[in-house]
Design a protein around this ligand. Structure first.
Ligand SMILES: [Zn+2]
Length: 178
């Protein structure tokens, strides 16, 4: 893991295009946000960067891609719909919250935020930003999920407690509150 003083931005990371459909932002908007994410210092693992570059066409993405990558590599064949990607990451985030996986949770929260932004859903991004990151991002994931209309698992006491910023159970020794 990079230490806090290392501003590590993994340029030229995505190796295939992930998102092509339903992107509400222009390439110019996305490139501006890539630069903002790099300057912000809050994207040390590059998860925001990766999500944003994946939403660009080849010409706009090319400065951020491996030099050997060709337009044919950056095809739409394996691309997923943006809503499908966000839904996948929402469900992934729920699993990682329950299994108390720190880095995976940072990844899913970071990607969900950018996918919501790419959808043009500033309201969902604001709901995420207003929630604290406690307990593996559970409050943020619930905030964005509710805004986007994703079903929150009913009746899971651990998720309810974590989304309220509490330990999954009293005295959790698996990582809550750390
Ligand atoms: Zn716990």
């Amino acid at each position: 893991m990079p230490n806090a003083s290392t501003r590590w931005v993994p340029l030229r990371w995505p190796v295939r295009r992930c998102v092509v459909r339903n992107v509400a932002r222009t390439p110019a908007d996305i490139v501006a946000r890539i630069k903002d994410a790099a300057a912000s210092g809050d994207d040390v693992f590059g998860f925001r960067h990766e999500a944003l570059v994946s939403a660009l066409d080849f010409d706009h993405a090319q400065p951020y891609l491996q030099e050997t990558l060709t337009p044919a590599d950056w095809t739409d064949e394996e691309a997923l719909d943006l809503v499908e990607m966000a839904t996948n990451y929402f469900n992934f985030a729920l699993q990682k919250i329950l299994s108390h996986r720190g880095i995976s949770s940072i990844r899913s929260v970071g990607k969900l935020r950018e996918y919501a932004w790419l959808m043009g859903r500033d309201d969902a991004v604001a709901a995420m930003d207003a929630a604290p990151y406690e307990q593996y991002g559970a409050p943020k994931v619930k905030g964005v999920g509710v805004a986007l209309g994703y079903p929150w698992p009913a009746g899971d006491a651990r998720l309810e407690r974590m989304a309220a910023g509490q330990e999954c159970r009293a005295g959790c020794r698996d990582g809550c509150g750390r």
